[in-house]
Design a protein around this ligand. Structure first.
Ligand code: FMN
Length: 353
């Protein structure tokens, strides 16, 4: 049924290998950890769009890893370079989990010091740890002692009324000097630990990019990655004049086409696909393999809904997948039908524009 679709994919060589040497470069652009969003199916899909950007898992807690029943570390080899985000506050438990992740082949461990949800605060971890910089340093030190892959921190610029530049820079200094952390991802807004939902905490506190730029000037030896509200590669390139890396969250998920030119524009390489349809076609073998193992189609296609955003036919694509992917026995025909509903212009939409 795709005879009329020009497949311009250059998707014939293996994906980036799992070598730690790729990490410093990969940090120029990363996709944020997002609970319920950046699961392994999502990451596989995003990896089709960019071979070089660093991908992060959803946050996984030490409790889930040590006492849970599921395999929370599962990933596909093609996802590299890949970082596991850990949530917790006990150095020994974090060290044990970091080692498990290193043995499974993750390229980086990232420690969550930015999530403001109540559930996370009850566990005494996430953003509330910003107030306990010595403890964060101990956690990082314990993980760094246990593994040889990099251990990084993702945090905010402050919490509640502890939002001065001095508070932030003391946090960074302590965690860098006492914990040995040399890479920080900074979500450039503070978090209110009570009164705002996690969603509101991603929207209401104002973004303060200059504060992150100032950190880079004050700690030039550290690798600093900026995050929050970045919606285009043009914006990313502007930030890259000031900091070492850019992390994109919601825009990469809701409008994944934003990543399609990342390999050429951010990494100086070659983009994997010239046309939108190529990305969908490249997902089909993966979807077939997953369905054969019992994965439910909707669990994969829910991450692909935003692919044609801004292009004629995007709504039909989304609607067909949303209405049909959950039906019993739904298979790749649903994806092929959805693709067929997208207008010809969208199918051949140039990803390089
Ligand atoms: C649905 C969702 C889930 C998130 N889950 C996590 C998480 O597990 N760990 C984390 O550090 N941040 C999490 N975040 C925050 C993002 O990583 C990122 O810091 C935030 O969305 C700001 O970046 P953006 O404006 O580019 O989206 C989540 C964000 C969203 C939208």
């Amino acid at each position: 049924m795709h005879d009329n679709i020009v497949q311009t994919s250059t998707w014939s060589t293996p994906l980036a290998p799992a070598i730690s040497g790729v990490l410093p470069a990969a940090r120029r652009l990363s996709v944020a950890p997002m609970l319920d969003w950046t699961d392994r199916h999502c990451r596989y899909f995003l990896r089709l769009l960019t071979r070089h950007a660093l991908l992060y898992t959803e946050m996984v807690t030490t409790g889930a890893l040590l006492y849970g029943k599921g395999d929370y570390l599962a990933f596909n080899e093609d996802e590299h370079p890949l970082a596991l985000q850990l949530g917790g506050s006990e150095p020994a438990a974090l060290a044990q989990c970091a080692l498990m992740a290193e043995q499974r082949g993750y390229n980086e461990i990232n420690f969550n010091v930015g999530c403001p949800s109540d559930r996370v605060q009850n566990g005494q971890f996430g953003a509330c740890l910003m107030a306990e910089r010595q403890r964060v340093a101990e956690c990082i030190d314990a993980m760094r002692t246990a593994v040889s892959i990099p251990v990084t921190v993702k945090t905010r610029i402050g919490i509640d009324n502890q939002d001065s530049y001095e508070f932030l820079s003391e946090f960074i200094q302590t965690v860098a000097e006492r914990g040995g952390c040399d890479t920080f991802i900074i979500h450039a807004r503070k978090a209110w630990l009570s009164g705002l939902s996690p969603k509101e905490n991603r929207e209401i506190p104002p973004l303060d990019y200059p504060r992150v730029y100032q950190l880079k000037r004050d700690f030039p030896a550290l690798t600093l990655v900026i995050n929050g509200g970045i919606k285009s590669l043009d914006e990313a390139l502007v930030h890259l004049e000031q900091v070492d890396g850019v992390m994109i969250g919601r825009e990469a998920y809701q409008n994944p086409g934003v990543l399609a030119q990342a390999d050429s524009r951010i990494f100086g390489g070659v983009d994997p696909f010239g046309q939108m349809s190529g990305v969908v076609l490249a997902m089909l073998p993966y979807i077939e393999r997953e369905l054969a193992q019992g994965t439910y189609l909707g669990h994969i296609t829910r991450h692909m809904l935003g692919l044609f955003q801004g292009i004629p036919g995007a709504r039909q694509w989304r609607r067909h997948l949303s209405e049909n992917a959950h039906k019993p026995g739904a298979d790749i025909k649903v994806v092929e039908q959805a693709l067929a509903k997208v207008s010809g212009r969208a199918l051949t939409a140039d990803l390089t524009n």
